[in-house]
Design a protein around this ligand. Structure first.
Ligand code: PLP
Length: 444
């Protein structure tokens, strides 16, 4: 970094052609925030998290109904036992690469994950994020068919409104136009069909010719795209269609996994075993970044190579980082010690009941949800109003000490699994009063 405010080392020479003036715009200087307009309203500075609350730099304590903003912090903030587990691991073996080596935390976490996943998803390939988990799953699916000699099976079918992360593969199978628009051509051979329409999926598989399709990928409940639970028995029908067409099914459980739906995984909730599953977020409750792609016996068995060749030419420097594994093991232990999956089921039912009451507001178009995942979609009349209303409602809730997420046309509510009914009541009562104020006053 150069320039007077950059604190450049004395022997740095100026970089020709770079123009660095962090003070010039309304941005936060050198920190380039993801998914945030630098020219938008000032962003908040958060300084501390404890349990279901975070505190901002003005000392305001906020009930966090977003589990760290994006449905990550499932066991709540500031857990000393996770910090201690990570500290212990860092002072024992802080890191060693898994390329050709093993360490105990990775082995233990892989076993713990495999024991809890639906069906026979038993082979855990660690990544550092949900996006990397998706890329890994897509590559696994293609490589699986290649190993079987079916080299034309390279395509993917996915759902509109789907969110599968921000890397090129995930964008290519993603179904949110605004995320795909800015980057030129994406991966070939990917198509999207309307969500939760089994006939549309079947027709697309026929149209594409299953001999060219590696996998269908979807979220159990579409989360970032607006919280759309599938109608029953859609996911089971998808499983049947994939089997009939001899196409793999990838379930992207990055949000739905680890209790979010009141079950360990979305696959359990909807009675479907995937061929490959992705996970991240709740896997470590975001204390340390981590994701994984988990392969079924069917998929993994195709990769076993007694000849000693590398089966999947893929991996990340930090795959299975010991600190992340230590965090993940402690998170699973907390989920079980504290019965948080069962809590999510009970409190999630309360959340759905109470959130449904918000549909009575004339500003609300629809309320959707499943378990500890809910969206309050706002009316979009005139067009653009919903986005402005969501931003304004979230801001007013913030001022009243409640954090919800303004996401496009809706308010997202996805609390940590430690939430109790009284916390849900506070969130919904706050949103009800905010919506009533917005209705009676001038709309943004
Ligand atoms: C279903 C799904 N898949 C993948 C991702 C990408 O995860 P990450 O942001 O950790 O890369 C997300 C993130 O929200 C997600 O919701």
């Amino acid at each position: 970094m150069t320039g007077p405010s950059g604190g450049a080392a004395a022997n740095d020479s100026p970089v020709t052609g770079s123009r660095s003036d962090p003070a010039a715009g309304p941005s936060s200087g050198p920190l380039w925030l993801p998914f945030t307009p630098a020219g938008g309203p000032p962003t908040r500075l958060l300084v501390e998290g404890r349990g279901a609350e975070v505190t901002d730099s003005e000392g305001r304590r906020l009930l966090d109904a977003t589990a760290g903003g994006v449905a990550c912090a499932i066991v709540g903030h500031g857990r000393a036992e996770i910090a201690e587990a990570v500290r212990r691991q860092l002072s024992t073996l802080e890191y060693y690469c898994l390329f050709g080596y093993r360490h105990e935390p990775a082995e233990r976490l892989a076993r713990a994950v495999a024991e809890r996943t639906p069906g026979d998803l038993n082979h855990v390939f660690f990544t550092n994020s949900g996006s990397e988990a998706v890329e890994t799953a897509l590559k696994m699916a293609r490589a699986y068919w290649r190993r079987r000699g079916l080299t034309a099976k390279t395509g993917f079918v996915s759902l509109r409104r789907a969110y599968h992360g921000m890397n090129f593969g995930g964008l290519s199978v993603g179904g949110l136009d605004e995320n795909r628009a800015g980057f030129g051509p994406l991966m070939a051979g990917c198509s999207q069909v309307p969500a939760h329409d089994i006939d549309a999926l079947a027709a697309e598989l026929d149209r594409r010719d299953p001999a060219t399709v590696a996998a269908v990928i979807m979220e159990p409940v579409q989360a970032a795209g607006g919280v759309h639970p599938p109608p029953e028995p859609y996911l089971r029908q998808v499983r049947e269609r994939c089997d009939a067409a001899d196409v793999l099914l990838i379930l992207d459980e990055v949000v739905c996994g680890w209790g979010r739906l009141g079950h360990w995984f979305g696959g359990h909730r909807y009675g479907v075993a995937a061929d490959i599953m992705t996970t991240a977020k709740g896997l470590t409750s975001a204390y340390v970044p981590m994701g994984a792609a988990v392969a079924s016996e069917r998929v993994h068995s195709e990769f076993v190579d007694p000849g000693g060749a590398i089966e999947l030419m893929h991996g990340y420097t930090y795959s299975g980082h010991p600190a992340a594994c230590a965090a993940g093991l402690e998170v699973i232990s907390i989920l079980e010690r504290e019965g948080l999956v069962a809590n999510a089921k009970a409190v999630g039912a309360h959340l759905q009941r109470r959130a449904g009451e918000l549909a009575a507001s004339p500003l609300v178009a629809e309320v959707r949800g499943e378990g500890m995942l809910a969206a309050v979609e706002l009316i979009d009349d005139p067009p653009g109003a919903a986005v402005r209303l969501a931003a304004e409602a979230a801001e007013r809730a913030y001022q009243q000490g409640v954090l919800v997420r303004a996401q496009a046309d809706h308010l997202g509510v996805y609390p940590p699994l430690i939430f109790d009914e009284a916390m849900v009541d506070r969130v919904i009562d706050t949103l009800a009063s905010v919506l009533a104020d917005l209705e009676s006053g001038a709309r943004p």
